[in-house]
Design a protein around this ligand. Structure first.
Ligand SMILES: Nc1ncnc2c1ncn2[C@@H]1O[C@H](COP(=O)(O)OP(=O)(O)OP(=O)(O)O)[C@@H](O)[C@H]1O
Length: 246
């Protein structure tokens, strides 16, 4: 279980004033739930995900994973505990092939070609075209993004955090990806925390957290929160991507 208690992240603004990027954020994610974090651009979603992963050190509050306080723990320690994060814009690794990256993520030199290919297929990549490619600038943004999502699947983390997995991904791959999230959820393979603006991903959620201005502005079961989001969208306060993923 993930527990976030009164989490704050304050930074100093350009003119020396305090900026509250996260303000007293509290939420609890039960094991094997699929929770979607959504809300307007600049609301603080990525900062919250980075704080959970240990990429941002909060200035107040605490983060507990399975009862242990991990607030001061570094990213490696959290990864060892089974917390895994997929960047909104993933880095590239020149000189490293896709199959090496997957083997590294799986923590196994013995990851077979077939196993590697299965992870790529789960994110809508035609495995045999990609498994031997280098993760360099020759890959498109959407391809790198899907390869990174495949590495998170290979890590078999207990908590998988995805930051806008839909970004830059074509329709067919997006459908495959939502199927994969559903399957992980159905088989209770991991707890999923997904930052998304996409209606079809929001619709997969058990619970929805809306973050605006660094605060939790709505939080509850999908059945309660989703209609509120749709009502806001229809009344002209749109923060959801219309239609298909780009
Ligand atoms: N270290 C920092 N210093 C100053 N401002 C910051 C810092 N980190 C984040 N911010 C600001 O905090 C706000 C929240 O950023 P964050 O990336 O968490 O938003 P988001 O909800 O993920 O947005 P998006 O939907 O556009 O991805 C933004 O206005 C961002 O510019």
């Amino acid at each position: 279980m993930l527990e976030i208690k009164g989490l704050s992240y304050q930074v100093e603004g350009e003119s020396g004033q305090e900026l509250g990027i996260l303000n007293d954020v509290s939420l609890t994610v039960e094991d094997y739930k699929l929770v979607v974090i959504t809300g307007p651009n600049g609301g603080g979603k990525t900062t919250l995900a980075k704080a959970i992963m240990g990429l941002v050190q909060p200035t107040g509050g605490s983060i507990l994973w399975n009862g242990a306080d991990i607030t001061q723990m570094d990213i490696t320690g959290r990864a060892r505990l089974g917390i895994s994060y997929g960047f909104q814009q993933p880095p590239r690794f020149k000189g490293l092939k896709v199959k090496d990256l997957l083997a590294l993520a799986a923590g196994s030199d013995s990851l077979t070609r077939e196993e590697g290919c299965q992870y790529l297929t789960k994110v809508g990549l035609c495995a045999h075209d990609y498994i031997d490619r280098e993760v360099d600038a020759s890959l498109s943004g959407g391809e790198v993004k899907r390869i990174e999502i495949a590495t998170i699947l290979a890590r078999k983390a207990g908590l998988m955090i995805f930051d806008e997995p839909e970004a830059g991904i074509d329709l067919w791959s997006f459908a495959k990806l939502t199927e994969t999230f559903q399957a992980i959820h159905r088989r209770r393979e991991a707890t999923l925390l997904i930052i998304s603006h996409q209606e079809r991903i929001i619709n997969l959620a058990d619970e929805i957290v809306m973050i605006s201005d660094g605060r939790v502005s709505k939080y509850g079961p999908k059945e309660e929160i989703f209609p509120q989001i749709l009502a806001n969208t229809l009344s002209g306060c749109s923060y959801m991507t219309e239609g298909a993923a780009q």
